[in-house]
Design a protein around this ligand. Structure first.
Ligand code: FES
Ligand code: FE
Length: 468
């Protein structure tokens, strides 16, 4: 066990998790053991990833009938596929005969998945279509016509702006209720592309020795770390001033943090009106937004957010070509493959219809900033990876180490910014905080965590929860 700082069975850790939920809910302190304990991770797989809406893939990754990609919900393997009729499906990658994976390629195009073990064959809509030597089966063995032996599908699948999410629990709130008020902010980020979004290339995929919650929390809202963690890149590569003015920049009314539904968070940097970030005007259409959303969008320079539990997004002007910026979006998934191991998936997207030159430049720019070889991302890795190490230390155990997320300044609605006349934050949904050091938005990952782990849950139809 890598997180060996407590008894090894789930029953033993249950009480500690309950206490952690209470500490998170009462004073926003997060006990450190939740970042390293193997039993906590196993409970998370069941209670969070087995019951939450989890991102699977984007429609543009599988444009043609038969296109598929291998994906995961927690640690469960799924096939994200467009069937012959054009319907996008999420199929459990496990043969109904003995459980072998039926698809072993990361991506491709096929009309059928043929199990490599005994050759059972499933159509790309999941239905069983072929069983070798079926005529030799004993009659009372089982009736393939009667029995449901199609590939399993999650009880709930839904999409937003071409992004597909699945939920393994029929009792969880429907997707639109799950995102709730956060949709207002999601719309400002996602609902501005005339013909939707297009994934460029394959997602980056890499492992980091850290806990999944730390990436999610950082994207949900950690403006506080910018001047410190990213000091060198902000000053050297981006030409901000030295530390003093850097802090000034980030405390000068430019930041806004938001928290919605007790589990989703975002932060964004505002600046001089800079329409629709800098996406080419001919692929952008914000007419679906209301006046407040458009005012918000006009001064938005960068969006970063996390839809609980582990779907993050970042939209920014990533580079410039002469006087023109190149904006792009990165979408993240923090996949928990162990208590101390996160598999990070990073998709880079641009609005559908941009020129080949723009697509290439935007991709390269995102790659050069927010990817394993980018100039921002390794800074974050360096600080995230040491936290689980501390969490499982003897010293942490002896001190019952708690970590702090209780700096909620609630200075929202301050009107010090020169953009105040453009922003009417009182109309914004959820909670708003303008203090750059506030933990309010990042804490949503832990308030959501406590809600799901304690079983109190925002699962709207608890009576249906166990019907699976
Ligand atoms: Fe798939 Fe036997 S396990 S055909
Ligand atoms: Fe960072």
């Amino acid at each position: 066990m890598s997180g060996s700082n407590s008894p090894s069975n789930v029953g033993d850790v249950d009480g500690r998790v309950e206490a952690a939920c209470r500490a998170i809910e009462s004073d926003a302190k997060v006990p450190a053991f939740v970042f390293s304990h193997r039993d906590v991770w196993e409970l998370e797989l069941e209670r969070i990833f087995g019951r939450s809406w989890v991102f699977v893939g984007h429609a543009s990754e599988i444009p043609e009938p038969g296109d598929y990609r291998l994906r995961y919900i927690g640690t469960d393997p799924y096939i994200f596929v467009r069937d012959e009729g054009g319907t996008i499906r999420v199929l459990f990658n496990s043969c109904r005969h003995r459980g072998t994976e039926v698809c072993r390629s990361e991506k491709g195009n096929t009309s059928h998945f043929r199990c490599p073990y005994h050759g059972w064959t499933f159509s790309n809509d999941g239905s069983l279509t072929g069983v070798p030597f079926k005529e030799t089966f004993r009659e009372d063995c089982f009736d393939l016509e009667e029995e449901d032996v199609d590939l399993f599908e999650p009880p709930q699948v839904d999409s937003y702006a071409g992004f597909y999410f699945a939920c393994l629990d029929a009792g969880t709130d429907p997707f639109d209720e799950w995102i709730g008020d956060f949709e207002w902010y999601l719309d400002v980020n996602f609902d501005i592309a005339t013909d939707g979004w297009e994934v460029v290339g394959d997602p980056h995929r890499y492992e980091l020795d850290t806990n999944w919650k730390l990436g999610a929390e950082n994207f949900a809202g950690d403006t506080y770390h910018h001047p410190s963690t990213h000091h060198s890149v902000l000053t050297e590569a981006y030409g901000f001033g030295q530390e003093e003015s850097l802090h000034e920049t980030f405390s000068g009314g430019m930041s806004r943090l938001v928290a919605c539904e007790g589990k989703h968070g975002a932060d964004f940097i505002t600046g001089p009106p800079d329409e629709l970030l800098d996406f080419p005007a001919d692929v952008i259409d914000a007419s679906g937004l209301d006046d407040e959303q458009r005012a918000f969008l006009e001064v938005a320079q960068k969006f970063v957010g996390n839809l609980f539990p582990n779907f993050s997004f970042l939209t920014m002007d990533a580079t410039r070509n002469g006087e023109e910026f190149r904006s792009a979006m990165s979408v993240r998934k923090w996949r928990p493959i162990g208590p101390n191991t996160t598999e990070i998936w990073n998709w880079i997207l641009v609005p559908t219809g941009v020129s080949d030159e723009y697509r290439e430049e935007a991709y390269r720019a995102m790659h050069a900033t927010f990817s394993p070889s980018g100039n921002f991302e390794p800074d974050d890795y360096a600080v995230w990876r040491s936290i689980p190490d501390a969490a499982e230390s003897i010293t942490a155990r002896k001190h019952d180490l708690e970590t702090y997320r209780n700096n909620f300044q609630h200075l929202g609605m301050i009107d010090d910014a020169e953009y105040a006349d453009r922003l009417n934050e009182s109309e914004w949904p959820g909670e708003v905080d303008a203090a750059p050091s506030s933990d309010m938005a990042g804490h949503t990952v832990y308030s959501g965590w406590a809600e799901m782990m304690s079983g109190s849950g925002s699962r709207g139809r608890p009576e249906e929860a166990d019907e699976r």
